[in-house]
Design a protein. Structure first.
Length: 101
């Protein structure tokens, strides 16, 4: 991207091609979905705090498994529509990219 600006001169903004715009939108969507998955996992964590750790693995292993499980739950929820955070993050990323051009 920076090489495009240098080649065209700093005074003229680069207009992204349709392929570049589609790639930006896809990347913004993926970033939004990752953020929403992380948010959902963090939001669900307190729900599992009160559970005992009497699993066959016990102690630290149960805590490690629980964090992986929550991460997977968050990713699954975000991939299936989530709660709308991903769409907002995507829109904001794309808006900021337009301003930066």
């Amino acid at each position: 991207m920076n090489s495009m600006l240098i080649a065209q001169g700093a005074s003229s903004p680069a207009t992204p091609s349709p392929a570049e715009q589609a790639a930006r939108e896809k990347q913004a969507e993926a970033t939004g979905q990752k953020f929403e998955a992380m948010f959902l996992a963090q939001m669900m964590a307190p729900m599992f705090d009160g559970l005992g750790e009497d699993s066959p693995f016990g102690g630290q292993t149960a805590k490690a498994y629980r964090s992986v499980m929550l991460q997977e739950y968050g990713e699954a929820m975000a991939a299936n529509g989530g709660i709308g955070i991903a769409d907002q993050v995507k829109a904001e990323i794309l808006r900021l990219q337009e301003v930066a051009q």
